[in-house]
Design a protein around this ligand. Structure first.
Ligand SMILES: [Zn+2]
Length: 147
């Protein structure tokens, strides 16, 4: 993929480090502020605490962004695999010849002969339009039998 892929672990690590650092700064600032009785002396720790919060949120955002990018890449990869599988199954089913479509007893879908979904299943029989309509059968989304 793009050059951004190589930077993702780095961005993720930096984001996690920023989040942790921000959290520590908030803790330290809170601790420092609680030790000051004069409100004017609490300003420094307050500013540090806000800076820590900004760092924490930015780090968390970076981690979430990288996670979202990775998820999108995985979805694209799975989508490509599914497209190939779909194409292969249709080619396989087409090779096995046209003819009546079939269904498994008590199943809710019908298939082309040779559909891998049917492999090893007992009770496969040909079904016609009347049976399909009567049983309310839906076409298999993998082999896409003719309707
Ligand atoms: Zn099928």
């Amino acid at each position: 993929m793009s050059g951004g892929t190589a930077l993702q672990p780095l961005a993720r690590w930096a984001g996690a480090a920023a989040t942790l650092t921000g959290f520590v700064i908030i803790l330290l600032a809170g601790n420092a502020a609680s030790g000051e009785s004069d409100p004017s002396d609490q300003l420094g720790p307050l500013v540090a605490g806000v800076a820590g919060l900004v760092l924490l949120l930015a780090g968390g955002g970076a981690v979430a962004y990288v996670q979202a990018l990775r998820a999108r890449q995985r979805v694209r990869h799975l989508d490509a695999l599914l497209t190939n599988l779909h194409r292969d199954v249709r080619a396989l089913a087409a090779d096995s010849g046209v003819g009546p479509v079939v269904a498994v007893d008590h199943a809710e879908t019908y298939h082309r002969r040779g559909c891998p979904v049917l492999d090893g299943k007992p009770g496969v029989s040909a079904v016609d339009d009347v049976v399909i309509a009567g049983r309310g059968l839906r076409p298999c989304t993998l082999c896409e039998p003719p309707t």
